[in-house]
Design a protein around this ligand. Structure first.
Ligand SMILES: [Cu+2]
Length: 149
C-alpha cells in the first residue's frame, strides 16, 4: 500500500512539473484569510487562514505591513491551560488543508504601529519553502474583522 501511494505521488509530481515547467510554481491556495481587529493600545494581533497545496510545502516566514514582525504560533494544552508558542515553520501536507484559526494555529503580529480596525486591510507576505528547498513569496491583502465567538 505504501509503495502504491509513493508511485501515485511520483507520477503526480512528474505530471505537475511537466505542466508547470514554463512558468513559476503554482501559488499556495490561501482561503478565508483575515486579521483579527485589536483593542486600543493592544500591541499584538493575529491572522488566520486556511492553506492548502497539491505538494508538501512549508510555511517558513511571514511579514505584515502593519507589524514589526510576524511569528508562526501553535497552541497546546499545558497543565490544563492553553498556551501558545512560536514554531520555526509550519509544514503543509499535500492535499490536506491546514487551518489557522482562533484557539489554534495562527500568525502572531508583533509591534503593531496602530490598532487594527475592522474594515481596514493588512498586506501580508508569506514565505514558503518547497521540498526541493526553493523559496517563494506570496503577498496578499487581508480584511480586518471583529472576532465573533
Ligand atoms: Cu500567538
Amino acid at each position: 500500500m505504501r509503495h502504491l501511494v509513493k508511485c501515485i505521488l511520483a507520477l503526480f509530481i512528474a505530471v505537475f512539473s511537466a505542466t508547470s515547467f514554463a512558468g513559476e510554481a503554482k501559488p499556495v491556495n490561501v482561503q478565508d484569510a483575515w486579521v483579527r481587529a485589536t483593542a486600543p493600545r493592544q500591541k499584538v494581533g493575529a491572522a488566520y487562514m486556511t492553506l492548502s497545496y497539491d505538494e508538501n510545502i512549508t510555511l517558513v516566514a511571514a511579514d505584515a505591513d502593519v507589524a514589526e514582525s510576524v511569528e508562526i504560533h501553535s497552541m497546546e494544552m499545558k497543565n490544563g491551560v492553553m498556551k501558545m508558542r512560536s514554531i520555526e515553520s509550519l509544514p503543509i501536507q499535500a492535499g490536506k488543508p491546514t487551518k489557522l484559526a482562533p484557539n489554534g494555529l495562527h500568525l502572531m503580529l508583533f509591534g503593531l504601529q496602530k490598532p487594527l480596525k475592522a474594515g481596514d486591510q493588512v498586506e501580508l507576505t508569506l514565505c514558503f519553502k518547497s521540498k526541493n528547498g526553493e523559496e517563494t513569496h506570496q503577498t496578499m491583502t487581508l480584511p480586518i474583522k471583529e472576532f465573533v465567538r
